[in-house]
Design a protein around this ligand. Sequence first.
Ligand SMILES: Cc1ncc(COP(=O)(O)O)c(C=O)c1O
Length: 363
Amino acid sequence: MARRALAIETPALLLHLDVVERNLERMAERARRLGVALRPHAKTHKCPELGRRQLAHGAIGLTVATLAEAEAFVRAGFTDLTWAFPIDPTHIPHARRLARRATLRVVTDDLETARALAGSGLPVWLKVDCGYHRAGVDPEGPYAMEVARELGREDGLRFDGLLSHSGHAYHTRNKAEAAQVAEEERLALSRFAQRLRAAGITVRGTSAGSTPALSAATDLTGVTEARPGNYVFYDQTQVLIGCCEPEDVAVSVLATVVSHQPGGDHLVVDAGALSLSKDTGPDHLGLPISFGAVRGHPSLTVASVSQEHGVVRGPVPLLNQFHVGDRMEIVPNHSCLTVAHHDQYHVMRDGRVLDQWRIARGR
Ligand SMILES: Cc1ncc(COP(=O)(O)O)c(C=O)c1O
């Protein structure tokens, strides 16, 4: 770690800018080759500086997960956002207030909410379940057609089209399995869009996405836009499911060794659950429980966390090389959740701190 980085008080979130820029460029190129527009999910970074870089790489707008994020991006001058979270009738007034200052596209899978959105003037996506089974209408069921007909009447709203999220791409073990998930998602969207068009309902767009599915997809015919989020940083989960290489991970938590009992089989660092999150990564791979990897030391792992303590385990001779006051970079299991625990990025290039960028993590 360079001297300038060592001046940072820990625990601290580091953002490696060269890696971010490479990730942005590669995903933009991938989307161009697959013929889809990009609307990256900003919940991963919650940071206008990064959103602007995504637009500079050709993104047509951003996706957000909360109205607090939408507020932050609108304040920062962003003009086209999709709130990709099911809206319910109680949130319509807030969404409409925001929509006076920017285009705010909303998402529903509910008939009553679709009716409540009539007259709102909002652009609305119909959420489709493409196999993740978290939210969304079953595209083959009669209820899907009923909600689509209601939205398709465009009674004081605009029907943007069909939106899905292939979150089950995280339950895969390699790119070939993730490519299958991407194909299922493509078919769910494109076949339902065809059915709606045959029924006389205009479908303007079809929006798909998750980082592992988009990274593995080979054909997105029938999909018009993609909403990857995590790709800006990636994380240890993406490494373990074969979506990216360890050198693609662009954020880490800089931590200090604060305790090392003589003869003990572990170290304590100042990065616990409130610095890393309690995400244990891809449980389906059957690996030992870990809350993060130690950069440059594959045999070390954050084996447990309490609120502020992280317990690092590994081969004792290696642990013995560390002393209280030494630093290590911890690669998070889930960068989106880790970022949401921090107020700022320390933006790094060539081992030097270039800048600090705020993280809009309010609720
Ligand atoms: C609705 C929706 N769209 C897109 C994404 C982006 O997925 P990823 O971060 O895997 O790229 C998410 C992530 O949870 C999501 O919930």
